[in-house]
Ligand binder design. Structure first.
Ligand SMILES: Nc1ncnc2c1ncn2[C@@H]1O[C@H](COP(=O)(O)OP(=O)(O)OP(=O)(O)O)[C@@H](O)[C@H]1O
Ligand SMILES: [Mg+2]
Length: 363
């Protein structure tokens, strides 16, 4: 059992001037694949290093498998770490790269051989053991780095942006492959990335970080459909969620909100008052565009038309807010044209314009 429990962890740098982690609390279940996601500088690496024992928090406790490891050195934590920058050793072949940690522990040759083969099989690089890193693709090299961690049979596998030095296409392949291979590995995994697609596709759960704090931790579907804040909705999704600021016109029954001078009928959250400002969030694929006017559709002026192969991405202006709309590829539209938008009522989310937090409760 290797549940990781992080309790009220604070970490400061630069003599207390920089608070890199602010009261972080998170439980990662045994064998869970948890992704830490967030923009540059939000504290992802620092949190990972605290779990590893490479940094010590000023406040808070960290438990691995029920054991308080807050003050334990890295080697007493039964973890393995794969970094972006810790590429493999170029002068060692794949076998010796994977064997490295076991050699350091002076394990007998037989055991080294068995364990290296097992780890190499898990990562499907068993046919490359004699090769040198220069003779491998970027994705294969990355798998060698993962195998080097797994061979230590850690309870916890920590990975910091392991795919970030691969080019886009290779990264796509490596991502799917790594996900498939890690499904059979029974370790608790914490995976850091700032790539939201990687997070959505790989994580059992995602912990979104902003400015040293975890702002939402949930399964990918829930984070995508019910972002807990303006920040999360604006960070997750390609394109990110649209936000429009509006003023409540009438509450109870026939609810309406105006965006700019444009009235929109909508199901508003409970307890809002006439005259109150709200931030409305909706995703591009939850807006239906038409060239015909209808009573419940909002007129919008098309600014940009982007054909993306499988669909069109339109940028259209509602009031003075530009929003993104996804349509089928053959939707007949040109810049400057007026189109009519219907918002899928049950996909509209409401946020507080001051705090950015979501109003409506998620199901
Ligand atoms: N050793 C250090 N000394 C001083 N400040 C640091 C140190 N390490 C990190 N920081 C600061 O702590 C904050 C969090 O850094 P961290 O490396 O955890 O971010 P990150 O989320 O991993 O970012 P990135 O996506 O760019 O890797 C940043 O403001 C960073 O400048
Ligand atoms: Mg980092």
């Amino acid at each position: 059992m290797a549940e990781i429990r992080i309790e009220n962890v604070w970490k400061y740098f630069s003599k207390g001037k920089v608070a890199a982690l602010k009261d972080v609390t998170l439980t990662i279940q045994d064998r869970e694949f948890m992704v830490l996601l967030g923009p540059s500088g939000c504290g992802k690496t620092t949190l990972l290093r605290c779990i590893a024992g490479l940094e010590y928090p000023e406040r808070g406790r960290i438990f691995i498998g029920g054991r308080d490891v807050t003050d334990a050195p890295p080697r007493k934590r039964n973890i393995a770490m794969v970094f972006q920058s810790y590429a493999v050793f170029p002068h060692l072949n794949v076998f010796e790269n994977i064997a490295f940690g076991l050699r350091m522990q002076k394990r007998p040759n037989d055991e080294v051989k068995t364990r290296v083969h097992k780890a190499a099989e898990m990562m499907r690089i068993e046919n490359f053991l004699e090769r040198y890193p220069a003779q491998l693709s970027g994705g294969q090299r990355q798998r060698v780095a993962v195998a080097r961690g797994l061979v230590m049979e850690p309870q916890v596998l920590l990975m910091d942006e392991p795919l970030s030095n691969l080019d886009a296409l290779l990264r796509l392949q490596a991502r799917a492959e790594l996900k498939r291979l890690l499904q059979n590995v029974k370790t608790t995994t914490v995976y850091v990335t700032h790539d939201q697609i990687e997070a959505l596709s790989m994580g059992d759960r995602i912990a979104v970080m902003e400015n040293g704090q975890i702002v939402q931790a949930d399964v990918p579907k829930q984070i995508y459909e019910y972002p807990g804040s303006h920040f999360v909705g604006g960070f997750i999704g390609t394109p990110p969620m649209n936000f429009m600021r509006g003023t409540v016109q009438s509450a109870n029954g026939a609810s309406a909100i105006t965006i700019g001078d444009q009235p929109i009928r909508a199901t508003l959250p409970e307890y809002v008052q006439v005259g109150q400002d709200l931030l409305m969030g909706i995703r591009a694929e939850n807006i239906e565009a038409s060239t015909n006017a209808s009573p419940d559709a909002v007129p919008a002026r098309v600014l940009v038309v982007e054909p993306l192969g499988s669909h069109l991405l339109l940028t259209a202006q509602v009031g003075d807010t530009p929003i993104k709309v996804q349509t089928r590829i053959d939707f007949p539209v040109e810049p400057d044209q007026t189109i009519y938008l219907k918002l899928e009522a049950n996909q509209v989310r409401w946020f507080d314009p001051q705090t950015g937090m979501r109003y409506d409760a998620a199901p």
